[in-house]
Design a protein around this ligand. Structure first.
Ligand code: C2O
Ligand code: CU
Ligand code: CU
Length: 482
């Protein structure tokens, strides 16, 4: 898995890097006294793994570090309650690995907004395919020129989206991507995706003040040199992330791949999870391994271990299901160095959770995700997606409980638009209370979830977020009526 920039790509990366300040990783590693090997095709040579214990010290010998300093996508932030911006879906990409990108940037720009904002996005379709735009996880209207995935924007056309976020919108980490049925996987895998941050919530906790905040948009696989798969962070192969020993950083991890799972482990460090998808957790959950299916996000706190070099890997996952098993691959390299700081005491409680446990249930539904040998290969309740069929009709303002069964031997990430849900149980086991918008249906298993169809009537979809499955038909329509 070698770095494979063409000259053009390299120039672009360098110039993008210049915008955000160059070379600190190399400088840091040099300051640490490590011999920094210029990055060639070296990612097969593992950096010393300090082991799972946060106290473990790194190997003393010099090792290999990427020379790509971590950079973040360009930020477009709202001002005075408004963000007006343009996203141009393009096929002629000079900025990196993808085949398509918004505004020639991989990933697309990060949108930063606040609850109550009005967001206007002119989507320019500069590709040769039909496309559209979806704001994954947003609680906004699914109709008209809001988060309406039934809109088709044809090549050469511009469509003006307008989203009005409720004042009570949950602050957190969201994303945008195309949603044209039949081509979603292709376009997202090609690179069309970007992060959205809704500010507030956790941002306002005293413990979060002054922390270095990073966004890590995970994408891939892209086809790299010698046809090797490459998984990228913010468009970069194995960037170097700096941290000081003892320093606490807040990372937003987004799996914006079309079909891939990331089973993340940072050597020598625990991950202290503070949010799942767009919603804060009531309590910090500490973990050594964090699984993110396609479309899922998490926010974690990381505390820098002793000076050294630590790999952020995706470690092998789901070995028992050969069709979905993933091997180990390197995602990024963390360099802990510089002046040590006294680690802050991590928070334990975060944002109080108001769940749906005590809601009156207006309707219970059973929904089955299936893979079939005959009929539609990927189906929900025996049917492949049809745009003008309504599969579930629900009453606005009510809470429902859905039992979603997976009769196939593969994982399917269940996702529904507009309203988050609370997973009440997974394979019969109760879940820690929290909201999410995408969750993994276990093979031959089930979840029970509750959701409140609040604020917005209209038609929207639920589907598997392995987008090749969605494109193959594993999607259905819900209509909320007054
Ligand atoms: Cu992220 Cu219906 O999609
Ligand atoms: Cu979505
Ligand atoms: Cu699926």
């Amino acid at each position: 898995m070698g770095r494979s920039h063409t000259a053009t790509e390299h120039r672009t990366v360098l110039s993008r890097r210049a915008l955000v300040g160059a070379g600190s990783a190399t400088a840091t590693a040099a300051a640490l006294g490590f011999g920094v090997t210029r990055l060639t095709a070296q990612t097969g040579t593992p950096a010393p793994d300090a082991g799972a214990s946060p106290a473990a010290s790194p190997a003393a010998s010099p090792t290999v570090v990427s020379t790509d300093t971590f950079i973040e996508p360009e930020v477009r932030a709202s001002e005075n309650g408004r963000l007006i911006t343009m996203l141009q879906a393009m096929e002629e990409i000079t900025s990196g690995a993808g085949r398509m990108a918004y505004n020639n940037q991989l990933p697309g720009p990060t949108l930063r907004v606040r609850p109550g904002d009005t967001v206007k996005v002119a989507l320019v379709n500069g590709t040769t395919e039909s496309t559209n735009l979806h704001t994954h996880g947003w609680h906004v209207s699914p109709s008209g020129n809001s988060d309406n995935i039934f809109v088709h924007v044809e090549p050469g056309q511009t469509f003006n989206y307008e989203y009005v976020l409720p004042e009570a919108h949950i602050p957190g980490t969201y994303w945008y991507h195309p949603h044209p049925h039949g081509q979603s996987a292709d376009q997202v895998a090609a690179g069309l995706a970007g992060a959205i941050i809704v500010e507030g919530g956790l941002d306002d906790l005293p413990e979060m003040q002054g922390l270095t905040e990073r966004i890590l948009v995970l994408q891939g696989p892209f086809t790299g040199a010698s046809n090797q798969p490459e998984y990228l962070v913010n468009g970069q192969l194995n960037p170097v992330i700096d941290i000081r020993p003892g320093e606490t950083q807040r990372w937003r991890l987004l799996n914006l791949s079309a079909n891939s799972f990331f089973n993340l482990r940072l050597a020598g460090h625990s991950m202290h999870r503070i949010a799942i998808d767009g919603s804060p957790l009531p309590e910090v959950q500490t973990t050594d391994v964090l699984l993110l299916g396609p479309g899922e996000r998490a926010e974690v706190l990381i505390q820098g271990a002793a000076a050294g070099i630590y790999e952020l890997q995706s470690i092998p996952w789901s070995p028992d299901i050969p069709s979905q098993a993933t091997g180990q691959f390197l995602v990024a390299t963390v360099v802990s160095g510089g002046e040590a700081v006294t680690p802050m005491t991590l928070p334990t409680t975060l944002i109080p959770f108001e769940g749906l446990d005590n809601d009156e249930i207006a309707q219970r539904r059973d929904i089955v995700f299936q893979e079939n040998a005959s009929g539609p290969a990927f189906a929900i309740d025996n049917l492949a997606f049809v745009e003008d069929r309504v599969d579930q009709e629900v009453q606005l303002g009510t809470t429902e409980e859905w039992t979603i069964r997976n009769t196939s031997p593969e994982w399917h990430p269940f996702h529904i638009h507009v309203n988050d849900f609370q997973v009440m149980s997974r394979n019969g086991n109760p879940e820690l209370p929290h909201y999410e918008d995408t969750t993994l249906l276990p093979p031959n298993g089930e979840i029970v979830m509750r959701t409140r169809f609040e604020d917005f009537p209209g038609k929207f979809v639920y589907h598997c977020h392995i987008l090749v499955h969605e494109d193959a038909g594993m999607m259905a329509v819900v209509e909320v009526v007054e």
